[in-house]
Design a binder for this molecule. Structure first.
Ligand code: WQD
Length: 331
């Protein structure tokens, strides 16, 4: 029940699904269940489990063998940490996925949604990226685990035939929080990602934001990303689950870009944030961050055609909701 998982649980419950959450709580808190319950009026079932533990994973999956599908969010995701400790990333992200597949097989659960990432594209040659754009060498072990995860799933689907159906969602940059401000992003310690750094700087928790790189070949020199509201992203999972449940897939393994299609620079995001919140974000231009790409944004047409999904929330809503969540959380 991390950031994306908690928002997806809310959207699933509001669409009539019953939700079981599995988490080892390594990067999340059990209190998130209270937030989900307050928003939806229903408390998801919870199983504390580390997916690296094969035996217990099979046990827990067997207990829930009536499930129609699994959404596998559980992974480590700090790019820098993955460079320092690659073994940890491969163990958690790959072994965890293998055990999920084993659990699904032994409990006969046929449908899986996998959290992939735009990081699989590396530094793209042409923009926007489509699902058929080249998969470049990953710039970090974290990125490699997402590429390998996708490859593993593709091979598994081939091997298992109609016993396994998978949709990989390639997330662009999720930001923002639920409109209730009852759930949101909760990074441990000093944030790595831009939006939590911005909200904490605005509220005076952090002194100053470093803008990594002002000499990129982009309109204002700062790096460009496709920021997507986490609630829109959560809704993409509901659409994907419905496609799996209704057996509407055209292929046993499908991949979708989940972004807005708009490239936004770091400076544009800061300015939009200041405008919508009335706060000042102190920032300073510094060198590029190692491993960052210059620009990446999605062509999300396929998700629109096949999943009937597209992003609806704009940059202002993303900034405002992130700010409201951070403020409420600090109170
Ligand atoms: C966005 C932009 C930074 C912090 C990574 C992963 C991706 C996804 C999200 C999982 C970049 C700049 C940032 C700061 C800055 N995965 N920035 N100052 O790097 O695009 O994506 O996280 O979680 O797979 O690769 O996201 O939010 O870290 O950075 O200037 O203090 O903001 O350089 O251009 P990123 P981000």
């Amino acid at each position: 029940m991390g950031y994306i998982g908690s928002h997806t649980a809310v959207e699933l419950i509001e669409s009539g699904y019953e939700v079981v959450i599995i988490d080892n709580l390594s990067n999340s808190k059990e209190e998130v269940l209270d937030g989900i319950e307050r928003i939806t009026g229903r408390r998801p079932h919870f199983e504390k489990l580390d997916l690296v533990d094969q035996e217990r994973t099979l046990e827990v999956f067997e207990r829930h063998n009536d499930a129609i599908g699994v959404i596998h969010f559980a992974a480590l995701k700090a790019v820098g940490e993955s460079v320092e400790n690659p073994g940890l990333y491969f163990k958690n992200n790959i072994l965890g996925l293998v055990h999920v597949l084993e659990g699904m097989e032994s409990s006969r659960i046929p449908n899986l949604i996998f959290s992939s990432s735009c990081t699989v594209y590396g530094e793209p040659d042409t923009l926007p990226v489509t699902e058929t754009s080249e998969i470049k060498k990953a710039s970090s072990p974290y990125g490699a685990t997402k590429q390998i995860g996708e490859e593993l799933l593709q091979s598994e689907v081939k091997a298992k035939g109609d016993k396994l159906n998978v949709i990989s969602l390639r997330y662009f940059n999720p930001v923002g929080a639920h409109s209730s401000s009852l759930i949101g992003e909760l990074p441990l310690g000093i944030p790595n990602n831009l939006m939590p750094f911005v909200t904490q700087t605005a509220l005076g928790i952090l002194k100053e934001l470093s803008v990594y790189g002002s000499d990129y070949n982009t309109p204002d020199g700062t790096a460009v990303r496709d920021y997507i509201h986490v609630v829109d992203l959560a809704k993409a999972h509901v659409s994907a689950m419905q496609r799996l449940e209704n057996k509407n897939q055209e292929e046993g393994y499908e991949v979708y870009n989940i972004g807005t299609g708009k490239g936004i620079s770091v400076l544009e995001l800061i300015l939009a944030f200041e405008k919508v919140t009335g706060e000042t974000v102190r920032y300073n231009m510094v060198d590029r961050r190692e491993g960052d790409v210059e620009a990446v944004y999605a062509n999300a047409d396929l998700a629109k055609t096949k999943l009937g999904w597209s992003a609806e929330r704009d940059l202002e809503t993303m900034c405002k909701s992130a700010y409201e969540w951070e403020k409420r959380y600090r109170e």
